[in-house]
Write a protein of this length. Structure first.
Length: 121
């Protein structure tokens, strides 16, 4: 099970690369209740899907202009996902920060994410 968590932990660490530069300011986040954590986990999974799709495209761009356009597309998609879950980038990044510093909460979050990704888990 530990091996299954490694990609998730890497994703938690790397996911903010798709957030707009102005979103790196973090909103202080209080520990979420179960519903908020589940909503965040759903958003996290969808943002990870955008990242997994867009990162290779950005890295394979034929020009800096194309890379910039693809990054803008990725940013728009991430913002859309966050909006669907009633989050903004600052809240999202604040929750990532909270998860990185609270092992118990992170373990609960990881279980929720695994359930979302693999309903048979």
């Amino acid at each position: 099970m530990y091996a299954r968590r490694l990609p998730l932990l890497a994703a938690v660490a790397a996911i903010s690369m798709l957030a707009p530069a102005s979103a790196f300011a973090q909103t202080p986040v209080q520990e979420p209740d179960q519903e908020e954590l589940e909503t965040f986990a759903e958003a996290f999974v969808e943002v990870a899907e955008v990242r997994e799709e867009m990162t290779p495209r950005i890295l394979q761009a034929q020009s800096p202009e194309e890379a910039t356009e693809l990054q803008a597309e990725a940013d728009e998609r991430v913002i859309g996902v966050l909006g669907e879950h009633e989050l903004d980038a600052a809240q999202y990044n604040g929750m990532i920060q909270l998860l990185s510093s609270d092992e118990e909460l992170r373990a609960e979050f990881e279980e929720i994410v695994m359930r979302i990704r693999d309903p048979g888990f």
